[in-house]
Ligand binder design. Structure first.
Ligand code: CA
Length: 237
């Protein structure tokens, strides 16, 4: 398993569903740990870091509801609840307990994979810790206020431009590939949109007054992508 493989905990007591979903997720490249009751779910959860939990509501030994509560005590990992048709109140309970999404049985594995992808994407973008205003020379990025200032003057950025700048500046010096930026900024997970990032960078540079030939903040890494530098700290490499 490489470091980008997403690890999923599947908790489902119905053998057919468990096996079908496991096979489908594995085919899609996910690493799946499948268990059949709530007790094993809690045990496994304590042993590994999972990127998403798929949790059936009606489970032997410990209910899905209880498992969800236990997980939410310590973690904000995305949880998808599986419920049987008609368990409307249970669905509401699931969401109140802190599940992020739910699927009603019978569902198609394809639909489940789409939901997992969407949750993983959201998890990537939402979980950046809220920061105070960060200063990089003349550039100020106010994360909580969603504002960017150059020499104290507010710069009007689109949502994508702001996201791009926030992403790059999070780790100054770190190189991001175009594909990575597509995923983090635009939320797509397929190829073909890398050049969109180039246009966003171009616009961002124009708005910040950052000269691409002698950049202060936004540096092109040829053949790869971009990196952000903090000019007040001097350039690395
Ligand atoms: Ca069940």
């Amino acid at each position: 398993m490489n470091s980008t493989t997403k690890r999923i905990l599947l908790v489902e007591d119905e053998k057919n569903i468990r096996e079908a979903v496991t096979a489908y997720l594995e085919k899609e490249g996910y690493w799946v740990t499948a268990v059949e009751d709530g007790k094993d779910a809690i045990d496994e959860f304590g042993k590994h870091d999972f990127d998403t939990i798929i949790l059936d509501l009606m489970l032997p030994k410990v209910s899905g509801e209880k498992v969800c509560k236990v997980i939410r005590d310590t973690s904000d990992v995305p949880i998808i609840m599986l419920t049987a048709k008609g368990e409307i109140e249970d669905r509401i309970i699931g969401l109140e307990l802190g599940a992020d999404d739910y699927l009603v049985k019978p569902f198609s594995p394809r639909e489940l994979v789409a939901r997992v992808r969407a949750l993983l994407r959201r998890a990537n973008s939402d979980r950046e810790p809220l920061r105070e205003a960060m200063e990089y020379g003349e550039l100020t990025i106010d994360m909580s206020g969603h504002k960017v200032l150059v020499n104290g003057e507010e710069v009007d950025l689109t949502a994508s431009e702001f996201k791009l700048l926030a992403t790059l500046s999070r780790y100054p010096g770190r190189v991001y590939s175009r594909m990575e930026l597509v995923e983090k900024v635009l939320g797509y997970d397929f190829e073909g949109y890398e050049r969109t990032i180039d246009s966003h960078v171009k616009n961002l540079r124009a708005k910040l007054g950052d000269n691409p030939r002698d950049p202060k903040w936004l540096h092109t890494v040829h053949g790869v992508g971009y990196r952000f530098e903090d000019p007040s700290k001097g350039e690395r490499g």
